[in-house]
Design a protein around this ligand. Structure first.
Ligand code: NOJ
Length: 791
């Protein structure tokens, strides 16, 4: 996943800080320095063979660049800047300009892109103005947040990732692209590939969790799905990888908050999924809201120019997040709109989403010499390249009558159901309470979330064929066997409602509690300081459990919820996330054993909010608790002066990678093919995909009575390296299907770059180290094997 230029041109350690400070201190110097860096990096990038060509370039091809060049020659400065301007012409979702003169602006060539327009007729109307009335006939690029499906809503991305199946994620993204493109939307602001280590941050729901390796696999899968093999295919849409970069590390989990991330952590954890998406050919990248080490990400030349453009040779379009350029003023690095526009543009942001500051100030900034005309040309080239690659110049309009036929196709709905079935994580199942029997006489369905038939975050649901959980349950076992009690709302409830639900449970054989968060409690601007069940739900749960009836708890949420009482007292708990349009039927099939749950956690599940941020791939401290009993308050020096809480365990409720099945699997010991590896040799093979550095394998057996799928995970640890490395790092995963009693040897072939670390000289290198390898069912178990990496 690492580009050759990373290896061939390691930046010296001091450059990181110098680059920031000087560029901010002096804008003239900034332009000079950036041009110099651009020149050097271009030479380096050209001279070093990239591991994979960017498909944006492959699709666009040399003819595109000559079409772009000839168009550029005809453009006035105002028309060029027009291409760098984007507005939301639909439902606003945040502070913005409130402009409405789009038709006039489009006719004058002053708008490059619009988003949040979802009516194909309206899209065509705007497009006709652009193509027929503007002087150079440049089409508009229409975008939208197509986050987990367009109309056929798939489970939220956190759930999609919990399938650990890139193929399913790619296919889901393809359906989203097919539906959105039929409506004239050719650009999605997805995937969100931010690493999320803190469940307080509501946008954890929108990403693939805490791990850079899994996150990279998912990032590339989304890009492949949206963009297909050719961007100019009618059903392909351009991906926009967001939010560059570090947005998920918002302090305190509070959305839009500042981040402090060392370059080491940035390189090893936060950047890899972006790099994977860029290598998969992502057409665009969105610069984030957050400041990173004091520099707002939408004005950060180090991340945008040095890393994205130069090290990774990203050829596509960089768009700011919503109003992020204007937000440079409250961030405190600009005192007015002109300064904000100059800083964002000179740092590398091509397109201004919503703020209108490029529209208002760029011409003047060019005229006064604060922005160079050639930088404007470069930015316009990035925009036009994507428009040409999408085939928009040749096919600007959408077939309005055909559009609805793309929606809710039976195969799309079937896929949405399969993905949901594969995304559920069985957290607990005592005494085989699950799967339930179809002959159960009466089931009480209790709780506020059983009637929802879509669970979307972001785009509101269209009409569509929806079946709620409670209806799907009635269809399977007969409506007369299902008793429905709301028990409480999500936030509001009364003692009477709780009492009615308790009576209902007493009269039933089994109670299924559907509790958790409403979709609005996850996603953007939905940070929480408390991760428990909202409102009266915990009270309802405890009252129902006290009836002594068997209880199945289904948690709906966009993040792990801290419900320790439930994990202790409820026999069966399933994390259903927000499972999308077919979530109801999928859940019924999972609870009744028509499918065997195989989802695994992609985020560490905390016991208490105070443990956050909590993630498995953490560094050890100098004082790990070792064998200290954390289950009781510290009582002596040895048990106190270690890295611990005095009132909580260090361990999570459930570790990353965890999930149960209706069967059980046993793992044989991990075996490594080559217990002595040479760092020198590995470094010379860092870019090789062909030659595995080492092979590890383990026998995995289904020791239960049902067929099941197991997500077999490979972790490593490196000790003795120049920079401290995590206690474990995921470096491989495979799903195996095993019949009862069946055994398979699961083999992982690991390339040399698996063992590379961001070292104390700011380079990705393999270093001499002790290597520990686990093949295991999650990040907290397994029998290790050891090897040595010699110099
Ligand atoms: C703000 C969000 O942060 C971003 O993810 C989204 O794509 C834009 N709004 C556009 O809606």
């Amino acid at each position: 996943m690492l580009s050759s230029s990373v290896f061939s041109s390691p930046p010296p350690r001091s450059r990181y800080r110098l680059f920031h400070r000087k560029t901010l201190a002096n804008s003239q110097f900034q332009v000079f320095l950036l041009s110099l860096v651009l020149l050097v990096a271009t030479v380096v990038a050209r001279s070093s063979a990239r591991s994979k060509p960017n498909s944006l370039i492959t699709t666009a091809g040399p003819q595109t660049d000559s079409r772009v060049a000839s168009l550029l020659q005809k453009m006035t400065v105002e028309e060029k800047i027009g291409q760098l301007v984007q507005y939301s012409a639909g439902q606003p979702t945040g502070p913005g300009t409130g402009r409405s003169d789009y038709e006039d602006m489009i006719a004058r060539g002053r708008v490059g892109s619009l988003f949040n327009v979802v009516d194909p007729h309206q899209i065509n109307t705007y497009q006709h103005i652009a193509v027929e009335k503007s002087r150079l006939h440049i089409p508009i690029l229409f975008g939208l947040d197509v986050i987990h499906g367009f109309r056929t809503e798939f489970p939220i991305p956190l759930a999609l990732a919990s399938t650990w199946d890139q193929n399913l994620v790619e296919r889901a993204a393809r359906v989203a692209a097919m539906e959105a493109s039929a409506y004239g939307i050719r650009w999605t602001f997805s995937p969100m590939v931010d690493i999320a280590r803190d469940a307080r941050w509501g946008r954890m729901a929108e990403g693939s969790g805490e791990d850079p390796f899994l996150g990279s696999a998912m990032a590339a899968a989304y890009v492949r799905g949206y963009q297909g093999s050719r961007l100019d295919a009618p059903a392909s849409i351009a991906a926009c990888v967001k939010h560059f970069v570090g947005y998920g590390a918002a302090e305190g989990g509070r959305d839009y908050n500042s981040t402090e991330i060392s370059e080491h952590t940035l390189r090893e954890f936060y950047l890899p999924p972006f790099h994977a998406a860029v290598e998969a050919g992502a057409a665009s990248v969105m610069s984030a809201f957050n400041s990173l080490d004091g520099i707002p990400s939408s004005a950060n030349p180090f991340t945008l120019k040095e890393i994205l453009r130069h090290e990774w040779a990203f050829p596509g379009l960089i768009v700011s997040d919503w109003n992020a350029i204007a937000e440079l003023i409250p961030h405190g690095i600009a005192v007015d709109g002109a300064m904000a526009a100059r800083k964002a543009f000179n740092a590398g942001v091509d397109m201004d989403m919503v703020s209108s500051l490029y529209h208002e100030h760029l011409v003047q900034l060019v005229n006064s010499g604060q922005v160079s005309p050639s930088a404007i040309d470069d930015a316009v080239r990035h925009v036009l390249r994507v428009k040409f690659a999408l085939g928009l110049f040749d096919h600007p309009f959408v077939d309005e009558t055909a559009a609805p036929k793309a929606l809710y196709r039976s195969e799309s709905l079937a896929l949405a159901q399969t993905v949901a079935e594969r995304s559920f994580v069985l957290l607990k199942n005592e005494q085989g309470l699950l799967p339930l029997s179809k002959n159960t006489r009466t089931i009480a369905v209790i709780g506020p979330l059983a009637d929802d038939a879509s669970y979307p975050i972001g785009t509101p649901p269209g009409p569509g064929p929806r079946t709620s959980f409670v209806d799907a349950l009635g269809q399977l076992i007969g409506q007369e066997h299902v008793k429905r009690y709301e028990g409480t709302g999500i936030l509001e409830g009364s003692d009477e409602e709780v009492a009615a639900a308790v009576r209902g449970a007493q009269e039933s054989d089994v109670a299924i509690l559907t509790l958790g968060e409403s979709p609005e409690m996850s996603g953007e601007a939905a940070s929480r300081a408390d991760l428990g069940l909202p409102g009266h739900q915990e009270e309802l749960l405890e009252a129902v459990v006290k009836t002594g009836k068997p209880v199945v708890l289904v948690l709906f949420s966009g993040r792990p919820l801290t419900v320790p009482w439930a994990f202790e007292h409820v026999p069966a708990v399933v994390a259903a996330w927000l499972p999308g349009i077919r979530g109801g039927p999928a859940l019924v099939r999972a609870l009744f054993g028509e499918v065997n749950p195989s989802g695994r956690l992609v985020v560490t599940w905390p016991r208490a909010v105070g443990q956050e941020p909590l993630y498995y791939n953490a560094l050890s401290t100098g004082r790990p608790p070792g064998s200290v009993d954390l289950g009781r308050p510290p009582f002596d020096v040895a048990s106190r002066y270690v890295s611990r809480y005095i009132d909580q365990l260090n361990s999570p409720q459930f570790p990353f990678g965890y999930g149960q099945s209706y069967t059980s699997f046993s793992y044989g010991p991990t075996a490594i093919s080559n217990p002595r590896l040479s760092a020198k040799e590995l470094n010379s093979n860092l870019m090789s995909h062909a030659q595995p550095a080492f092979i590890a394998e383990a026998a995995v057996r289904n020791v239960g009575a049902r067929a099941g799928d197991e997500v077999v995970q490979l972790y490593i640890r490196l000790q003795g390296t120049s920079t401290a490395q995590p206690v474990r790092m995921l470096k491989g995963f495979q799903t195996v299907s095993l019949g009862p009693g069946e055994m398979k040897r699961v083999k992982f072939e690991l390339p040399a770059r698996t063992l590379a670390v961001w070292n104390d000289r700011n380079q990705f290198r393999v270093e001499p180290a002790k290597l520990t390898v686990w093949i295991s069912p999650d990040s907290a178990s397994g029998t290790p094997a050891e090897a040595e990496i010699t110099p």
